[in-house]
Design a protein around this ligand. Structure first.
Ligand code: PHE
Length: 343
């Protein structure tokens, strides 16, 4: 049997394969299920054990040689067919369309929002998403163990030692960082991602985005706050939209308010989205609490200021009539590609 194998080995070495059909014939003759090598392997199984070692070795060599020949033949064919045959790319064909990516709707609206505030002198500032207790709560006048901390379900980051780290629950933490590092007048806008331990639904998510506004100077009043927000709403949604303020509570502002705008879906007539009130809430705001100014080493007898914070998802949903918050985080191309034309 060894002689037989050796003669096939010589035979294979002597073969040159050129055309595609020749390669296929070669494969059928030697390597297919009914080919010579398969038959030799069957015969090999009948050999007495003492012969198997040496015969097995050359039989494997034969198989490898046949396979190598075929691979080599394919490689030669590929390189020649590209240069010689008609398989050159046809340069007269129209090109494949280049799919331009699109911006995420949240990015689109964040940019619109910061642009609107940039135009009236607010500059963008950013802060970390992993915060300490002081910047997220303490400096913002949340007393330790005060129920106000329960207003926001916080994700704590496991940490060793005394420092307590958390994922910021609001962008108000950036207010503190700016006030600690800058002197009034301060006029800043802080977009960013925030986290809350909430059950995910069409209306709530454990991560979302906010834009925070802060203005500190001498003689800043609630009237300035109202006018700024009115300007924002008109720029964002058009001049038919009205605003209204409702008294509210935040530990870091006094007085505090929440602001509603005319429901864009029913134009104030009443619909399920606005629960038939004609109004939808879009933000929280108020005059910066003197304790917060003091905590940040700003003289609260000299300066006053206002702050506001709003969810970008909420504004985006109103603007594009999106009814499920989860769509923003699922990366479904059927949803995202609809924002192609909006820059
Ligand atoms: N931080 C508040 C929230 O997340 C919003 C807010 C910001 C309220 C600034 C007042 C002033 O709900």
């Amino acid at each position: 049997m060894e002689d037989k194998i050796n003669s096939f080995l010589e035979e294979i070495k002597g073969i040159t394969i050129q055309a595609e059909e020749e390669a296929e014939q070669f494969r059928l003759k030697y390597l297919s299920k009914k080919g010579i090598i398969t038959a030799l392997f069957d015969e090999f199984k009948t050999l007495p054990p003492e012969l198997r070692k040496t015969t097995g070795k050359i039989l494997n060599e034969l198989k490898q040689a046949a396979e190598a020949k075929l691979v080599e033949a394919k490689a030669v064919q590929n390189s020649t067919s590209n240069t010689q045959n008609s398989k050159l790319p046809d340069l007269s064909l129209p090109p494949d369309p280049i799919n331009l990516g699109s911006r995420h709707p949240i990015s689109v609206v964040r940019k619109q929002m910061t642009d609107i505030f940039n135009r009236i002198g607010f500059v963008v500032s950013e802060g970390p998403e992993i915060e300490d207790d002081w910047h997220n709560f303490g400096a913002l006048n949340f007393p330790a163990d005060h129920p106000a901390r329960d207003m926001q379900d916080t994700f704590f980051v496991e940490s060793e030692g005394a420092d307590k780290w958390l994922l910021r629950t609001h962008t108000s933490s950036v207010q503190v960082r700016v006030m600690e590092n800058q002197k009034p007048p301060i006029r800043t806008i802080s977009p960013g991602r925030v986290y809350r331990n909430e059950t995910i639904s069409a209306r709530a998510h454990c991560q979302f985005h906010q834009v925070e506004g802060l203005y500190i100077d001498e003689g800043v009043s609630f009237a300035d706050l109202k006018q700024t927000l009115y300007y924002f709403v008109q720029e964002m949604f058009g001049d038919k939209i009205e605003i209204r303020f409702r008294p509210s509570f935040f530990p870091f502002t006094e007085p505090s308010a929440e602001m509603d705008i005319t429901c864009l879906i029913c134009e104030g007539k009443g619909c399920p989205v606005c629960k038939h009130s004609g109004w939808v809430e879009i933000l929280g705001c108020g005059m910066v609490h003197p304790n917060v100014l003091d905590n940040c080493k700003i003289d609260s007898t000299k300066y006053t200021g206002y702050a506001f914070g709003m969810g970008i998802e909420r504004i985006t949903m109103l603007k594009f009539r999106i009814n499920d918050l989860r769509l923003f985080f699922e990366n479904d191309m059927r949803f995202l590609s609809q924002f192609k034309s909006v820059l």
